[in-house]
Ligand binder design. Sequence first.
Ligand SMILES: Cc1cc2nc3c(=O)[nH]c(=O)nc-3n(C[C@H](O)[C@H](O)[C@H](O)COP(=O)(O)O)c2cc1C
Length: 278
Amino acid sequence: MSLFVVDSEKCKRDGICVAECPLQLIELTDRKSVPIPINGADEMCINCGHCVAVCPHGAMSLATMKSEECTPVQKDLLPGPEQIEHLMRSRRSIRTYEDRSVEREVIAKLIDVARYAPTAINTQLVRWLVINNKDEIRRLAGIIIDWIRHLLREQNPFAGRYRLDRVVAAWESGDDRVCRSAPALIVTHAPKDYPTAATDCAIALTYFELAASVFGLGACWAGFVYLVANQLVANQWPPLQQALGLPEGDTCLAMMVGYPKYRYHRIPQRNGAMVEWR
Ligand SMILES: Cc1cc2nc3c(=O)[nH]c(=O)nc-3n(C[C@H](O)[C@H](O)[C@H](O)COP(=O)(O)O)c2cc1C
């Protein structure tokens, strides 16, 4: 089957698909014929669907992606610059949650939005693990507390620098500073041998976090899970790896999610951007 099919009645030979294909896989030999794939395009196509999405006439369909099955962009549904600026500036890391679980459908909806996050070469290798169970998250936090105790025993400089003794003391008094007693933990993971695995996982969760804030949820990066699961500070901590049960060799990032207990009324100030213009 051909890589793509062009409807010759609808195609206006405007060359937009040729100009927009990120890998230059489409050619328009003359203005009378429709665009065709270059030699070897099948193997090189990253299935990003830009040719289908950019055609104003709905003339282009990939073998894997029919034009009529792609959702039309509705300009009237798009927020303006002011709304986006306010949304992005007012998003906060939320660490105190109402004592109620997050509906599975809401998480599924957010993941369904976040899967549109960019991935390098459109590989879409990011996988999601949803731990929508407060007891299980507490168990993970407990495993991380054991890891911190281990670091403290070993006088690991990281534990000293970030006063992780306070995290343990809080845990012992019933306050979970690791996973913040969150009702849900969302993990993105991808094979470590894929060069942009961590970046793609982070972008996906960034999309998730922004969308969550609009859906009335609050989220916060679970830095301890990230540090321990990826062995960024010390040696392997097998109980966490086992508890997460991710495929061997996967890198991961994690985010706590829940309904915020408190509302933020102001946008805290941030440093000016450190920019060098050239
Ligand atoms: C990679 C990463 C890891 C983080 N880990 C934690 C964490 O383990 N616990 C926590 O409470 N906040 C964590 N945060 C949240 C930051 O502390 C927070 O983004 C920062 O203080 C700014 O606040 P804001 O997100 O509300 O603007 C993390 C943020 C990032 C980007």
